[in-house]
Design a protein around this ligand. Sequence first.
Ligand SMILES: C[S@@+](CC[C@H](N)C(=O)[O-])C[C@H]1O[C@@H](n2cnc3c(N)ncnc32)[C@H](O)[C@@H]1O
Length: 341
Amino acid sequence: MTLPPGTGADAVAPDDRLLMDTFMSQYRLPAVVAADRLGLFPALGGTPASAEELARARGLDPHGTAVLLEFLAALGHLAVHGGRYHLTPSAHAFLLPGSARYWGPMLGLGWDERCAAVRHLVTTGAPHGYRGKGIWETHEESPRHGVQFARAMHAHSAAPAAVLAARLDLAGCASLLEVAGGVGTFAMALARRNPRLKATVMDLPIVEREAKALLEDAELADRVALRTGDMFTDPWPDDQDRVLLADVLSDWDDEHCRALLEHARTSLAADGLLLIHQVLPDDAARLSPTVTGYSLALAVMTGGRLRTLPELTALLTAAGFTDCATVPVYGHYALVTARPA
Ligand SMILES: C[S@@+](CC[C@H](N)C(=O)[O-])C[C@H]1O[C@@H](n2cnc3c(N)ncnc32)[C@H](O)[C@@H]1O
């Protein structure tokens, strides 16, 4: 699959990699500090292991251990040979307690709440969210957190949404459903570019005020409808030409993803197309501290993680989709498409 380069200023604007790199750097120290406290470096120094083997041997959670080790490898503290994690020369020199150059006491100065959050994930497998409380429940109960997050998502998504809209041909489409669309950043950008398109944005009630204000400012309130509710339990509109999931599946475990994808399939018209916009960790991206750090951040905050194309394809196939294809779109982001089988 290819996307045309697109037209207009959005198509040629600089991408947000530098900002993503900067933002995700916040997990670098916490990951190393948590691994040090959990004794993972001496464990791997003694016996190189896969994430699953290490988790079993140390009584840790396999999912949390896997996202942490992928990140530590991208950071250069671990190397993978034959599916097993080994210490790199730097980790040998500085991360083994008892060695003359051990950095543990120095790392201890960096212990903070984020380190505790990473440790919580790796030991229990559960997201830490906000101080142990679920992220989405917190947003609904504490409008300050909810509104701050909705604004953050809008700030993060404005540029990728504009680029997707500049490159994606929706000329033949009359309807698009954006699920967990936040304040409707993608739906608004796509509607602005496609005057025939009517969009529906589903999200939790906390986004309502911000979303309505943005829609009115953009003069799109007649073509972009907001539908607040719970995407797992409330009905989705049917006969949609497109269903868009932007940064959604990466917030959830496989079971919740399967439920969302099944809803998406029944919501789409027979000739409709599912659009998944997210960071896709391919072989090159696995070496990226930003991509692997993002996956760790998702696991810590929401209980999700980034999935590779084969992992997404397996979920899509099980939910009744076919013809999975992907194309890079913007920065670290890619578009994955699939049709109802
Ligand atoms: C990572 S944000 C993505 C927002 C938007 N798609 C974007 O890319 O800017 C995930 C969104 O999922 C929404 N969400 C979480 N649980 C939900 C639920 N049960 N029903 C509907 N939306 C939900 C959140 O409110 C949040 O806006």
